[in-house]
Design a protein around this ligand. Structure first.
Ligand code: AMP
Length: 418
């Protein structure tokens, strides 16, 4: 049996980077006042269709949608924002305090063409903020992402930032876009020719080469902003500048989901080839209302967890950190009985310890200690027990010292505490 295409196992030997990213991200979210939320992987299809947009690639082509045994239309979540909005509304979180900050991590599902950096089950780390209209929160989220990547030691990233405007300025932009597309209709792909009536903005996001060519010189949202959106975007830019966050204004950035308004951004890397976006986000001031809640400004981002780990792997930032403080080489039954008790007690006290219970030879146990990358080995056999002199070997320096049975655990804790 094999995994299905685009789905994969993340194996124990790969997991340390995932855990390090999670730890850094959660600590940072915590200090900025975010709380963790956990949402279902399965939702009603309608939730995604209405929020992400009927004419987006995700909804048109990529969702895992199926009827359950009673015929309800269900979808494996392709992203988290819609579900978090649903939760904010369903639990009337706005009633007690409209300002809420959430983060989460978990799998998302999109039936895209699998390749490196693109999977059908992939993971995201999401952060969402509800109830704050101020442009400072936009800047703060981009700053936060930048800070996280810095802490993780990532280099070679660039933040592309744009403003998509609001319902106030959309009509003027849409008109300019339609005028522009009018002369180029024939050059558009079939899909875009269809979208032109329903949702012309989506055409800007089309990956088909002929469409990309036809779009060269197309009008940009940023040139059609209403005064309020214009002010908002300049506050974002000047805050980022003051903080020394490296970014560029990218007029062509539109994002693949319909709900975005005003600030939108992507963090791109040069190290992953075609799949260059490691994170993306933006404002979605209309979505809570659209889904049946009160008008609530909101903004969020998603980090592509798989891609982030791949970039870190390429940078080989994860040193071969040992995951074992002590390997007990116990030779003979009496030594095993003692080794068993010591290992439990040491682990209880935070010293990562292992004993091999299979009764192997000294040589093969030393080999195993090496394989497990243990920093220290405690050697105990009948002889050592009789002499009350156990051998503690530092595997890095190869130095050996003797250690007596009296207060062994506390002695070891003192010498091995990092
Ligand atoms: P999006 O929700 O499309 O803005 O995606 C946010 C981030 O998730 C992207 O910047 C990617 O890093 C990541 N991502 C999106 N789709 C995939 C996928 N199929 N496989 C792996 N990562 C993905």
């Amino acid at each position: 049996m094999q995994t299905i295409r685009g789905f994969r196992d993340i194996l124990p030997e790969q997991i340390s980077l995932w855990q390090r990213v999670e730890k850094e991200a959660f600590a940072l979210f915590d200090s900025f006042g975010f709380k963790e939320i956990r949402i279902p992987v399965l939702e009603k299809t309608d939730l995604f269709a209405r929020s992400i947009g009927e004419t987006t690639d995700i909804v048109e082509k990529e969702m895992y949608t199926f009827p359950d045994s009673k015929g309800a239309h269900l979808t494996l979540r392709p992203e988290a924002t819609a579900s978090i909005c649903r939760s904010y509304i369903q639990h009337k979180m706005y009633a007690e305090d409209p300002v809420r900050k959430f983060y989460m991590t978990g799998p998302m599902f999109r039936r895209e063409r699998p390749q490196k950096g693109r999977y059908r089950q992939f993971y995201q780390i999401d952060a969402e903020v509800f109830g704050i209209e101020s442009a400072y929160i936009d800047a703060q989220l981009i700053f936060l992402l930048n800070e996280l990547f810095k802490r993780l030691g990532l280099t070679g990233l660039s933040a592309h930032v744009n403003s998509l405007g609001c319902p106030e300025c959309r009509p003027s932009f849409q008109k300019a876009l339609l005028d522009f597309l009018g002369e180029r209709k024939d050059a558009l792909c079939e899909n875009c020719a269809r979208r032109i009536k329903k949702n012309p903005l989506r055409i800007l996001d089309c990956k088909v080469e002929s469409c990309q060519r036809a779009l060269s010189g197309a009008p940009a949202t940023i040139d059609h902003l209403c005064p309020a959106c214009d002010d908002h975007f300049s506050i974002v830019r000047s805050a980022l500048k003051k903080q020394g966050v490296d970014f560029m204004v990218d007029k062509s950035l539109v994002r693949g989901l319909d709900y975005y308004t005003r600030t939108a951004w992507e963090i791109k890397t040069t190290t992953l080839g075609a799949q260059s976006a490691v994170a993306g986000g933006g404002r979605y001031d209309g979505l809570v209302k659209e889904l049946g809640g009160p008008a609530t400004p909101a903004i969020g981002f998603a980090i592509g967890f798989d891609r982030l780990v791949e970039v870190l792997e390429q940078l080989e930032l994860e040193s071969k950190r040992s995951s074992l403080d002590l390997f007990i080489v116990a030779l003979g039954d009496a030594a095993l009985a003692k080794g068993y008790l010591w290992s439990c007690e040491l682990n209880q006290n935070g010293i990562r310890t292992e004993v091999d219970f299979r009764g192997k030879s000294l040589k093969s146990l030393m080999k195993r200690a090496n394989k497990l990358n243990a920093t220290h080995v405690l050697i105990v056999g009948e002889n050592e027990l009789n002499k009350n002199q156990l051998i503690l070997r530092n595997m890095d320096t190869k130095e050996q010292s003797f250690i007596s049975l009296d207060n062994l655990v506390s002695e070891l804790m003192t010498s091995l505490k990092k």
